[in-house]
Design a protein around this ligand. Structure first.
Ligand SMILES: [Zn+2]
Length: 171
C-alpha cells in the first residue's frame, strides 16, 4: 500500500499552519471507481493544519450513471457527499476504533485521499435504482420492460465490483 501511487495527494510538509483549501479533479477510472462512474470526480478539501494535527473536510462531487433496475436505461445518480478526517503526529494517543484519527507517516507526510474518496462515492449509489415513479407509483421508465431483461438485471455483475470487494477485505 505504501508503494502505491497517490492519486489524490495532500502534501502536509509544505503547508503552513492554518486553514487551506485544495481542489482536485480525477478521472473515475484513476481511483478505481466502477464503470457506472464516467464523469470526472471533483474533490474539495478544506484543511486545518495545527502543530500536531490536521483536520480535513473532504467534499466529493460527480455523477454516476447506473442502469435502471426495471428497464436498464441509464439513470443519472448525483454524488455530492462529504466526510471528515483527522490525522495526527501524536502516536502516543490511543488508537481508538471509534474516532477516525489516523497517524501521519513522518517519513512520507503526504496523505492520500484515494480510498476514502472512492468509498464515499460508492456509498452514494443506492442498492435499487429506478427511473422514478409518478404519484400513483407507476414507473417513469421510457423504455419497455421485457420480463427477460428484468430477470437478467438482477444477475448483472460488473467484474470490477469483485475487485473492489476483495480490496475491502485487505483493510
Ligand atoms: Zn427505467
Amino acid at each position: 500500500m505504501n508503494s502505491k501511487h497517490k492519486h489524490i495527494p495532500v502534501r502536509l510538509s509544505g503547508l503552513a499552519d492554518g486553514p487551506h483549501a485544495l481542489e482536485y479533479e480525477v478521472a473515475p477510472g484513476t481511483i478505481e471507481l466502477p464503470a457506472h462512474f464516467r464523469s470526472p470526480v471533483s474533490i474539495d478539501v478544506a484543511l486545518d493544519k495545527a502543530l500536531h494535527q490536521v483536520a480535513l473536510r473532504v467534499t466529493v462531487r460527480t455523477v454516476a450513471h447506473v442502469p435502471c433496475d426495471r428497464c436498464l436505461d441509464d439513470v443519472a445518480v448525483p454524488v455530492d457527499t462529504e466526510f471528515l478526517l483527522v490525522y495526527t503526529h501524536d502516536n502516543s494517543a490511543p488508537a481508538s476504533e471509534d474516532d477516525d484519527v489516523r497517524q501521519i507517516n513522518v517519513n512520507d507526510p503526504t496523505i492520500d485521499l484515494t480510498e476514502d474518496v472512492r468509498d464515499a462515492a460508492m456509498l452514494c449509489i443506492p442498492m435499487r435504482v429506478i427511473c422514478g415513479e409518478d404519484e400513483a407509483g407507476n414507473a417513469l421508465c421510457r423504455r419497455p420492460i421485457p420480463d427477460a431483461l428484468r430477470a437478467e438485471a438482477q444477475h448483472r455483475e460488473d467484474p470490477r465490483w469483485d475487485k473492489l470487494k476483495s480490496l475491502k477485505l485487505d483493510q
